[in-house]
Design a binder for this molecule. Structure first.
Ligand code: GAL
Length: 838
């Protein structure tokens, strides 16, 4: 949980100021030198006078260089020729895409393969392998004798070796985990410190794009020697009812003769109660505080409280930390399933890989918020961080926006999936990785379950059963309040071995045909669809004839958006819906995946160019595919859904069968083509597709307008939707997710670009090459069109439309003002938009 103190914030502002001045100090004459020293002095005095901690997030002015650099961990090292970057930073996302990068000769056994074959693009065909160095100088306040200095990494990809002022201070192998290092002995208070981090990514170390480098935030924490331990606060709510909640707060401290005062604040910051404790047990305070008439946290009402922990020695404040938490009750029960705050519900979840499409793995709050906003509108209420530890930013957003979270840890245990995967570290590191995952994140109310692993090959054999037990016990030791699952694909094996029976929550990946049997064999009395569907499609691409198919491939390396294609092990969304709707003991699903991600281009693992997934409900640019509306039609209970597919621009298909599907929350509808009725359809249970989609399979194409009219139970029209054949592309149209940005150098506006004809009708097949120009207080950050086969760079201001659309990312500068975006294309009327930052 993030400590965000007003005091620390002020210190940081001053520190940033003095850091900047210190940096330019060398280049200026003596008069300025005096000024900067004065500011530094004021800053130090200010910090020393206050009590508490200072947190500095090291963002700007890092020096970065790819490849080996002898001696780059030293305090003095000539890094002037290195590039200057901002962290979070992903060194690989700039590309270029290259078929040869991390080419893998493997049999993907999870996919049922037995003979190795050449896999290209499995990890995104981006240059993530090799070594990279980051160096950064920063100033530290000189507070007091014995002051504690910690370095906190939210994640570093991977095998991070950390040097402070030339001394090696620690290493962390797993790239997805947070870790901290106590560097008090090596830090130079009141002086310029040099941090150097070496990262190495081995080839054949992942099944998807992992990103590379310092892709999450790096912080420096300076505290008094008497303090609250890092991740030392644990807030739980053991009793929850309408009248009151018992809030239990355990606080680990460093130091003796300390007094702890914990205050609970409501959402507005108003104090609800405060309790002082004198007596620590060992180094831990244990407090129970009652909150009357609690506002319970749920996806629909994500109410957050704050616990403010203050540690005093006598009357002197030594440390202060704010922890956000929620009051909510989780229950997983045989024959009842999952309930939140006493109400039985099923997870309407999606799995998400950690990359953010064109931004790569580099964490960005605006991009994460946009993903969650899109998913919220779909009616999604849960996220699974597949297959690794989430970022703090993602969890904070889930707390605030209302998403339940299944926080996963590993894709491999001791047995390998890829040659250089996590199995290399499992024996040595797994315990400390679990410890950090839990301690760093346990106060997030969004987390409702831990996952100890995904489809680990250890599902086979007695050793694996022991490992599952060992890991689950570790999670329980660290957090007795949440259950543990594993995403299992070897369902027959885990039924036999006892692996599935020992888990708190048996999670099945796919294999709906085995749900019944598993539920009778497993003792828990419920099953979670920990991974479902893996239907493949490309946004706006439709293939004929429309047939249900497995592992279907086409010459253009795309998959059909009629949502009838899956893989040998996977299925269509409708098959999961049947289980969710008909089996009370199925507690929900996590669809593979909410968004397309870099790497794993199944069904084209062996084809080039193809470098990102087809599994997403939304494409890599975040644009919803048709499938989005299928999920929305059953998940979003607040707003109706009425969506027609395909588009209606089929020149050359005149007179040919062109099925029309409607994804809708309504039960029945009538379809019209150019005013002529093509009949009514009503959902029925004859097949899974007839139950969840309205389908007109024998429509003969003619240009014009397709109109669907939704009908209520009495057959009366209640809503309608149209698609019309478009003429020639004429004009570029821009639509931003937000026009108002924070002037913080990080915020992003996602501008969807499309083209329309002279009458303003969207052109769904347009492929024009467009160019982007951004001026004013912002910059062009990236662009993505969602085409898994595109080798165009995400970072160059030009790209082709894919199925008539793409998304441009415009990033704010640190100064307030206007930003202008202009999009141009040959023979097209340009698109212009003004954004502003403040
Ligand atoms: C699952 C696996 C995921 C992904 C998916 C594709 O078996 O857990 O990581 O590979 O298949 O369908």
């Amino acid at each position: 949980m993030r400590a965000s103190l007003f005091f620390a914030h002020n210190c940081f502002t001053l520190l940033a100021l003095s850091t900047n001045l210190m940096n330019i100090r060398h280049y200026l004459f003596n008069g300025h030198r005096k000024l900067s020293l004065l500011i530094l002095f004021l800053f130090i005095t200010y910090c020393a006078a206050g009590q508490g901690r200072t947190e500095i997030t090291l963002t700007d002015n890092w020096k970065f260089e790819k490849d080996k650099h002898e001696g780059a961990g030293a305090k003095e090292f000539n890094d002037r020729s290195w590039s200057t970057v901002t962290v979070p930073h992903d060194w690989a996302i700039s590309g270029p895409f290259d078929k040869e990068i991390d080419k893998q000769m493997v049999a993907i056994t999870q996919n049922g393969e037995t003979t190795p074959s050449e896999k290209t693009g499995r990890t995104g065909a981006l240059p993530y392998t090799g070594e990279g160095w980051y160096r950064k100088t920063f100033n530290l306040p000189a507070v007091k004798k014995g002051q504690e200095t910690l370095l906190v990494f939210d994640g570093a990809m991977s095998e991070a070796k950390v040097y402070l002022n030339g001394t090696f201070v620690g290493q962390w192998n797993y790239g997805y985990n947070s870790f901290w290092l106590d560097v008090s002995k090596y830090a130079l208070p009141g002086e310029t410190n040099t941090l150097a981090v070496q990262l190495s990514n081995r080839p054949l170390s992942s099944r998807w794009y992992p990103g590379a480098g310092l892709y999450r935030n790096v912080h420096v924490l300076v505290k008094d020697a008497q303090n609250i331990e890092q991740w030392g606060v644990s807030v739980t709510t053991p009793i929850v009812n309408a009248q009151f909640s018992k809030v239990n707060i355990k606080t680990k401290v460093n130091g003796s003769n300390l007094r702890l005062v914990t205050q609970i604040l409501d959402k507005q910051g108003k104090e609800l109660s405060s309790q002082s404790a004198q007596q620590a047990f060992g180094n831990e305070f244990d407090q129970n505080i009652s909150v009357a008439n609690p506002q319970l946290w749920s996806p629909e009402s994500p109410y957050l409280y704050t616990a403010v922990s203050r540690v005093y020695e006598g009357d002197v404040l030594k440390d202060e930390l704010k922890t956000r938490f929620g009051i909510r009750e989780l229950n997983y029960q045989a024959n009842k399933g999952f309930s939140l705050n006493g109400k039985v519900r099923k997870f309407k979840g999606v799995c998400l890989h950690h990359d953010l499409g064109p931004l790569g793995a580099a964490i960005n709050v605006a991009a994460l918020r946009r993903q969650l906003t899109i998913l919220k509108d779909m009616g999604c209420d849960a996220i699974r961080s597949s297959h690794n530890m989430p970022s703090p930013e993602q969890l904070e957003l889930c707390d605030e926006m209302g998403f339940m979270f299944l926080a996963e840890s590993f894709d491999e245990w001791a047995k390998p999936k890829v040659e250089n995967g996590y199995h290399l570290y499992f024996d040595k590191d797994a315990e400390k990785d679990v410890v950090n995952l839990v301690r760093a994140n346990r106060n997030h109310p969004s987390i409702v379950m831990w996952s100890a692993g995904n489809e680990v090959p250890d599902q086979w054999g007695a050793e694996g059963v022991k490992r599952a037990k060992w890991l689950q016990d570790l999670f329980h030791r660290e957090d007795p309040t949440r259950p543990v699952t594993v995403g299992m694909d070897q369902v027959k094996a885990v039924m036999e071995s006892g692996f599935g029976a020992l888990l708190d929550v048996p999670g099945l990946n796919y294999r709906v045909h085995l749900y019944e049997e598993a539920n009778t064999k497993f003792p828990q009395g419920f099953i979670l669809g920990s991974e479902t569907a893996s239907t493949v499609s490309s946004r706006g691409i439709y293939k004929f004839p429309v047939v249900m198919a497995k592992d279907k491939q086409y010459d253009d390396l795309q998959s059909s958006s009629y949502d009838m294609e899956a893989c040998s092990w996977s299925n269509l969304p409708d098959d999961d819906f049947v289980m969710q709707d008909d089996k009370p003991w199925v507690i929900g699903e996590f669809v593979w995946t909410g968004f397309d991600y870099l790497g794993e281009p199944t069904p084209y693992d062996e084809k080039w160019p193809s470098r990102s997934s087809y599994f997403g409900i939304c494409d890599l640019a975040g644009i919803p595919k048709d499938r989005y509306y299928l999920y929305r039609s059953r998940w979003n209970k607040d707003k109706p859904t009425l969506h027609i597919l395909p588009h209606w621009n089929w020149e050359g298909r005149e007179g040919q069968t062109t099925p029309v599907f409607v994804y809708t929350s309504y039960d029945s509808a009538e379809l019209f083509l150019n005013g002529k009725s093509l009949g009514k359809r009503k959902k029925d249970k004859s097949t899974p597709q007839n139950r969840y989609r309205l389908m007109w399979n024998d429509v003969k194409y003619e240009p014009g307008t397709l109109k669907v009219v939704a009908l209520d139970a009495e057959g009366k029209p209640v809503a309608e939707e149209k698609v019309t054949t478009a003429g020639k592309p004429y004009k570029i149209v821009l639509e931003a997710d937000t026009k108002q940005l924070a002037a913080d150098g990080k915020d992003i506006s996602f501008v969807t670009v499309s083209v329309v004809d002279k009458e303003g009708r969207p052109c769904p097949t347009a492929t024009a090459q467009l160019n982007f120009k951004v001026s004013g207080k912002g910059k062009f950050k990236a662009v993505c069109n969602g085409d898994a086969t595109s080798l165009e760079s995400f970072e160059k201001p030009t790209m082709k439309l894919f199925s008539g659309k793409l998304v441009v990312l415009v990033q704010s500068a640190k100064e307030a003002g206007q930003i202008n975006l202009e999009v141009k294309g040959t023979s097209l009327k340009s698109g212009k938009m003004q954004l502003s930052t403040k």
